[in-house]
Design a protein around this ligand. Structure first.
Ligand code: A2P
Length: 320
């Protein structure tokens, strides 16, 4: 499978199985179907509340000889309630225990948002830490410690804008190796991609299919459908593939890692097969020329009157 390369020579398969929203009871089988189909990369996070079950599937895969640990690339993410220096390593160790692994391949700061210890989702102003309480540089120092102790091979961030990437790169002894953000033709993140490329930071596209299975409480009623976008539909017809495969191939064409979530055996296989799609230049340009802009995961659950964080601060009002 096509992969991207880190500066030390390690590679990361360009397609990974997303596990956000995959329920316990479904994710075990999904991970095994993925590995059997040829996936060698699973994207996890502590807040997905399913790492224990993902870990059971990985254990089974390793013990049964389906695949070995060093053939797999496993990512996880530090939740917002563990941003203080003293909390980072214990959080990673808990994830390793759940996943039943000795090390991660990649550990990411999930959001540039900090909650007090033990808070799952902050509801009130007093549930949050501000950047004065816990600067991002402090969290990043914890991430660097994890890497130097061998608990993770690579470290990075998620949902970071340019100024936040600059902040941690300035203070840290090493910069982030990955920035995982929402990316698809309606949110191509041109400015951020250009910046990350210039700094040697790799990128991963989350919600490449628009994450239609989010709970209704975090969905807007007038959201556009990526699957029904006329350009996506036209190209799916032309290449005789599904709309989802066009969306996955869009990221691969940009050398951006992509992590479509599925718990369905047929769709898991179909998503991996998107790697084979080779766009003609003018077809990729058609995707680039879609002028509708939309962010599905706007972080509004972390902002507003009961939070010290703002949308402007999160995204710099950039949707390019
Ligand atoms: P399912 O898990 O039942 O396959 P995202 O990766 O953007 O978060 O999107 C995940 C959503 O897209 C889920 O509802 C998932 O459903 C669905 N999905 C995943 N792969 C496909 C596909 N190939 N065709 C249609 N829907 C898909």
């Amino acid at each position: 499978m096509k992969s991207i390369k880190f500066s030390n020579g390690d590679s990361m398969p360009i397609i990974g199985l997303g596990t956000w929203k995959s329920k316990p009871g479904e994710v075990y089988q999904a991970v095994l179907w993925a590995i059997e189909s040829g996936y060698r990369h699973i994207d996890c996070a502590a807040i997905y509340d399913n790492e224990n079950e993902v870990g059971n599937a990985l254990q089974f895969a390793f013990k049964s000889g389906l695949v070995s640990r060093n053939e797999m690339f496993i990512t996880s993410k530090l939740w917002n309630s563990n941003h203080r220096l003293e909390d980072v390593q214990p959080a990673l160790k808990k994830t390793l225990k759940d996943l039943k692994l000795d090390y991660l391949d990649l550990y990411l700061v999930h959001w540039p948002i900090s909650f007090k210890k033990g808070i799952g989702f902050a509801q009130n102003r007093e549930d949050f830490f501000t950047y004065n309480d816990v600067p991002l540089s402090q969290t990043w120092e914890g991430m660097e410690d994890c890497k130097s102790k061998g608990l993770t091979k690579h470290i990075g961030v998620s949902n970071f804008n340019i100024s936040k990437l600059e902040e941690i790169s300035r203070t840290g002894s090493q910069g982030p190796e990955m920035n995982q953000v929402e990316m698809h033709p309606l949110n191509p993140q041109h400015k951020l991609v250009e910046y990350c490329r210039s700094k040697g930071i790799h990128m991963t596209a989350y919600s490449p299919l628009g994450s239609g299975d989010r709970s209704a409480s975090v969905k807007k009623s007038d959201e556009p459908s990526l699957f029904e976008n006329p350009v996506v539909v036209e190209l799916a017809d032309k290449y005789q593939v599904s709309a989802a495969q066009i969306l996955i191939a869009y990221s691969i064409h940009r050398d951006i890692v992509v992590i479509p979530k599925s718990v369905n055996e047929g769709r898991i296989k179909q998503n991996l097969a998107a790697e084979e799609i080779q766009f003609d230049k003018e077809d990729f340009e058609k995707l680039e020329k879609i002028d509708l802009r939309y962010r599905f995961i706007d972080g509004s659950f972390f902002t507003g009157s009961k939070s010290p964080y703002t949308q402007q601060d999160l995204w710099e009002n950039d949707i390019s």
